[in-house]
Write a protein that binds this ligand. Structure first.
Ligand SMILES: [Zn+2]
Length: 254
């Protein structure tokens, strides 16, 4: 018997995008590719007869009537909720953040924008907990990480690649919007995005913090406030909250 070839990458991508990059049933971002028409019945990689599921739902739906799998494929939870969710974990004692080629050693908030932390971290026990906020042009969170819990609006993303200690967001093929890698000694963040018309670039050979460019920067020690601050100190961005009659982000004087 010849071994089963691996799934073509374009089919795998289309299947992941169809379900909003998580299990069709529960949204778990660690996924497998389920043959609704089983491989044994017909050797195929036809997207119409496959669906992305987590390991548990793969095992469960694999034993049930295939109509249930088609139903899950037609109405995936992440698409219904317009949201991707995941949780980043590490078993390494990561201590620091690296944004592109800038190293933040013992710095709680690396970058802030009108008082809102964009990138920061803390170490709880031996686990690093990363925070990240990338707003859209209305200052609603397009992508947010709170203590390693990831939430993103699905609409803008072409692909979200997730392994439990690694995540990569792409808005289009061939370019990385944001990636976080927990597999090495420090947490490495790379990407290229725009906040309020300002370019942020974090790459191994270029670091641009919305107009402030640095080469091989190391910032050490907790400075109390953010290490790199954007915006006026007398104005803060107040994020939307449900105490507001009309919950929209706004700038307020302090
Ligand atoms: Zn599932």
């Amino acid at each position: 018997m010849t071994p089963r070839p691996s799934i073509p990458s374009n089919i795998a991508h289309n299947l992941r995008a169809e379900v909003g990059f998580g299990c069709a049933v529960c949204g778990n971002p660690i996924v497998e590719y389920h043959h609704i028409i089983p491989w044994e019945e017909r050797h195929h990689y036809e997207a119409d007869h496959m669906v992305v599921l987590c390991r548990n739902h793969h095992a469960e739906l694999g034993k049930q009537n295939r109509k249930l799998a088609y139903k899950a494929k037609q109405n995936p939870i992440n698409i219904r909720q317009k949201r991707f969710k995941g949780y980043l974990v590490t078993n390494k004692e990561n201590q620091n953040l690296i944004l592109g080629n800038a190293r933040f050693v013992g710095v709680t908030t690396a970058v802030s924008y009108f008082g809102i932390p964009l990138f920061g971290h803390s170490v709880v026990g031996s686990e690093i907990q990363v925070n990240c906020f990338i707003p859209d042009d209305q200052f609603f969170p397009e992508l947010e990480i709170r203590r390693n819990h990831v939430a993103a609006m699905i609409d803008g993303f072409w692909d979200i690649e997730f392994k439990s200690n690694f995540i990569k967001f792409r808005k289009r093929k061939g370019s990385v919007f944001l990636s976080l890698d927990f597999r090495r000694e420090d947490v490495e963040i790379r990407g290229r995005f725009i906040i309020d018309g300002k370019n942020f670039v974090f790459s191994p050979n270029r670091c641009d913090f919305g107009g402030a460019r640095f080469e091989n920067l190391t910032l050490q020690g907790n400075v109390g406030q953010a290490a790199i601050r954007h915006g006026r100190s007398d104005i803060r961005l107040l994020r939307e909250n449900y105490a507001m009659a009309n919950p929209v982000p706004k700038f307020v004087r302090v």
